[in-house]
Design a protein around this ligand. Structure first.
Ligand SMILES: Nc1ncnc2c1ncn2[C@@H]1O[C@H](COP(=O)(O)OP(=O)(O)OP(=O)(O)O)[C@@H](O)[C@H]1O
Length: 545
């Protein structure tokens, strides 16, 4: 039996696989709501220790708790008390109030003579035993992902640890540990946990490895911008304003910039705004997607070629280095650049000359470079997939755009921004219930996903709020291609990009359905590398269990 996906009309997904996809879509509300309370195997989750919080944070989180209570299957609260203060039980989650000042543990903003600063406390994570005993890492402004994979910040050589096992992040409320859906679970002080606030000294177990987390003396101070946007990139949370301070400095200089951040966090917007604020603003702005083409094509695209340089090269062609002369070249998805092209790129960046393929004559180029990637490039270097010398050359200025889940206070403003853009002149507000739902989502597709949700809200009136999260969208205007609506209300380039994103998502859903959730098989069927397949899945918030 097949069932039509109401949001991608014309495309039918078999019911069994549709269930698989919906359940595995990260944070799919339907899946969460359907999960039986207490269905986790293993010991009961650890009581989440929650530090006292400022007023906005408290009301924001209390909304989340209510939602959590609802999705966990109704009013199942039981009051009890502990040494820390009153404890309120909501389904699986236990939240307690602590009496320690949050400043001692959380990030905070201070005003000093030179302008506002973000103060980030220092934590340290150390493997106490197991094969990686003695390994240690500082936990500061950027979250630390721990796992057995080689693309994480802290790799544990432990077969019982999942590739991406857990994450520790500094937040205004203290250091927060989150299990990333690991197979064998994360245990804090001996109890299995999903999410927990960490104390000054906490024992954590992942797989067979014992880890110790400790708070260290001192804190890092990061300058904050006073601005609430950088070009089209909106942001008023401290982590975004810290990023803006770096971007503003970078725009004034001609330095090479490395923009890091998960898919949909606005890396391309940041690159464009750097160019537009730089002395090169009147020069060309050229983007190369390093993950999109085969290595041979990529080389020809970058360097250009002489006539007859290879079969099919019937005409001489300039490459993107030359096309960007006098302006900015964005090396998008630089983490996907094939290893054998990396030394050639490095030579071009350092020598400031390029030779077209099949032509010995070097041509002078004057280009400013910005590289973007969703990968942890340092981890790629450690894993031998990215050359260290190229990494150093690209990371003259490094800026990381935080994921939306770390700055949920920005959601209402972003929603208004997208409503204004997508429905100009129509004074529309999102209902409170919808905003609450958005606050409880963890946004694997980041701001891009939020924009898509707002668009769905506008184009599918009457659809329940929960169904708007994490599914393909409709669009205004009525035009469609292959069953996917074309957003004719948008300018051409925006519409093309939106449609392409819809296509990618719909294609991927069907591909995974066809491959019964087997990513290797899906990649084989689509003629993609497994990495590209995972990248697209991450971009569209799809995950198979
Ligand atoms: N801070 C922001 N303010 C306003 N819009 C944003 C912001 N961040 C992202 N967006 C929107 O999200 C979409 C994706 O942004 P962008 O392409 O810059 O992300 P990216 O990080 O480069 O993603 P990818 O790695 O998948 O290429 C854009 O349509 C943009 O409008």
């Amino acid at each position: 039996m097949t069932e039509k996906n109401p949001l991608v009309e014309g495309l039918a997904i078999p019911e069994r696989t549709r269930r698989l996809l919906i359940i595995s879509k990260r944070d799919a509300p339907a899946a969460r709501a359907g999960a039986p309370a207490g269905s986790n195997r293993g010991p009961a989750p650890r009581r989440a220790r929650s530090p006292p919080c400022s007023r906005w944070a408290r009301s924001w989180r209390s909304g989340a708790r209510e939602r959590q209570a609802k999705t966990a299957g109704g009013p199942r609260q039981a009051q009890r008390s502990s040494a820390d203060g009153p404890v309120v039980r909501y389904g699986q989650a236990l939240v307690s109030k602590r009496s320690v000042q949050p400043e001692a543990r959380g990030t905070r903003v201070i005003e000093v003579a030179g302008g506002p600063r973000l103060v980030v406390p220092r934590g340290r994570l150390t493997a106490v035993d197991g094969p990686s005993a003695g390994h240690t890492i500082a936990v500061e402004a950027a979250p630390v992902v721990v796992g057995a994979g080689d693309d994480v910040d802290f790799t544990l050589a432990d077969p019982a640890v999942s590739a991406r096992h857990l994450e520790i992040a500094a937040t205004p409320l203290g250091f927060r540990l989150r299990d990333l859906g690991s197979t064998n679970g994360t245990f804090v002080d001996g109890r299995r946990t999903g999410e927990v606030w960490l104390d000054e000294a906490t024992e954590i177990r992942a797989g067979e490895t014992r880890l110790s987390f400790t708070l260290e003396e001192g804190a890092r101070e990061l300058p904050l911008s006073r601005a609430m946007n950088f070009g089209d990139l909106l942001g008023h949370s401290p982590p975004m304003r810290a990023a803006f301070a770096i971007l503003e400095g970078a725009a004034r200089s001609d330095a090479t910039v490395l923009v890091l951040g998960d898919s949909g966090t606005g890396k391309e917007l940041a690159a464009r705004a750097i160019h537009e604020r730089s002395p090169r603003r009147d020069g060309p702005f050229v983007i190369l997607d390093c993950g999109a083409a085969s290595p041979t094509l990529l080389e020809a695209q970058l360097f250009g070629h002489a006539r007859g340089a290879f079969t099919g090269a019937t005409e001489a062609r300039e490459g993107l280095f030359e096309a960007a002369h006098g302006g900015t070249l964005v090396l998008d998805e630089i983490g996907e650049l094939p290893l054998d092209l990396q030394p050639k790129l490095l030579r071009a960046l350092e020598g400031r000359t390029v030779c077209r393929l099949g032509e010995p004559r070097p041509r002078h180029i004057d280009v400013r470079y910005i590289a973007c990637t969703h990968r942890l490039l340092e981890a790629e270097v450690r894993a031998g997939r990215f050359r260290q010398d190229l990494y150093f050359r690209l990371s003259v200025v490094t800026v990381r755009l935080p994921p939306l889940r770390e700055r949920k206070e920005e959601i209402p403003r972003l929603v208004s921004h997208f409503l204004g853009k997508l429905a100009p002149g129509a004074p529309i507000d999102l209902p409170r219930s919808m905003l609450d739902l958005l606050a409880s989502h963890t946004w694997p597709g980041n701001v891009r996903e939020l924009r898509n949700v707002v668009e769905r809200f506008l184009t599918l009136p009457g659809v329940p709020a929960a169904s708007l999260l994490g599914t393909s969208s409709g669009a205004p205007g009525g035009a469609e291609l292959g069953g996917l609506p074309i957003p004719v209300g948008e300018p051409f380039h925006e519409a093309k990009r939106t449609w392409t994103e819809r296509f990618e998502q719909a294609y991927l859903e069907h591909l995974l359905a066809r491959a019964q959730g087997n990513v290797s098989e899906a990649a084989r069927l689509a003629g993609l590398s497994r990495q590209s397949c995972y990248r697209l899945m991450q971009k569209h918030g799809l995950r198979v269990e």
